[in-house]
Write a protein that binds this ligand. Structure first.
Ligand code: URA
Length: 228
């Protein structure tokens, strides 16, 4: 190697050592994390005040989303249920416990991913004398259309590598498609330039055990795209 290259290499080495000594890399990472957290917090404050549809008048908590702001994997469900409404956290009931197992099946944990819903408030059936835990309904198209703008902003801030839409409301709402979940599941779709892979909602698996094999096959596909 001639002297010129040795000099250049020495210069690069000194420069790297200086940067490490001054902690520039850590400072840079902190800056990126803080920035995303700040943006999400600002958005959360906005959603907390939202009364764009009737769900806003009946909620106990807005269920904004939870997890790693730098997540490469983002999972999107339908809407909070009774437990989630009370705690302000997504997927903590029975379907949520199954979702945790599904996430673990590809060697991720809940803290590493970001979990949210297409609709941020609990849609209730308005039936008197109904068991409160069963008083869930799917969000209407109007409610989805009103709320999806918040999800769009969450995605823009987090910029995940892969998005998984869980069930038909999340898939239709994000991708603006009418294709049935049984047809679209497992296929590679795009939202902006992000890969979207729809799969069944964990609540559907609790009702029908036969769907588990499809979700497992979709999860293997999801793992493959996360590793690319
Ligand atoms: N089902 C959902 O779609 N989201 C939740 O947060 C809980 C149950």
């Amino acid at each position: 190697m001639n002297d010129k290259y040795i000099k250049i290499l020495k210069l690069i080495k000194t420069n790297l050592e200086d940067n490490i000594e001054w902690g520039e890399y850590d400072l840079y990472n902190d800056y990126v994390v803080k920035d995303k957290e700040q943006l999400l917090n600002e958005l959360k404050c906005q959603v907390n005040m939202c009364h764009n549809c009737q769900l806003g008048n009946k909620r106990i908590n807005v269920v904004f989303g939870i997890g790693n702001v730098n997540a490469s994997l983002m999972l999107i469900g339908e809407a909070p249920g009774y437990e989630e409404d009370h705690k302000g956290e997504p997927f903590i009931g029975k379907a949520g416990q199954l979702l945790t197992k599904i996430i673990n099946s590809i060697n991720y944990n809940r803290q590493e991913v970001y979990i949210t819903n297409i609709v941020k408030c609990h849609p209730k059936k308005n039936i008197v004398n109904c068991n409160k835990r069963d008083n869930n309904r799917a969000p209407t198209l109007y409610e989805i259309k009103n709320c999806v703008k918040y999800l769009n902003q969450q995605i823009d801030i987090i910029k995940p590598k892969v998005i998984v839409t869980l069930g038909s409301s999340a898939t239709k709402g994000l991708l603006n498609t009418d294709i049935n979940i049984s047809v679209v599941r497992g296929s590679i779709m795009k939202y902006k330039d992000i890969i979207v892979i729809p799969t069944y909602h964990p609540a559907a698996l609790l009702r029908n055990n036969n769907l588990k094999k499809y979700v497992w096959s979709d999860m293997k596909q999801i793992r493959k795209y996360l590793l690319l």
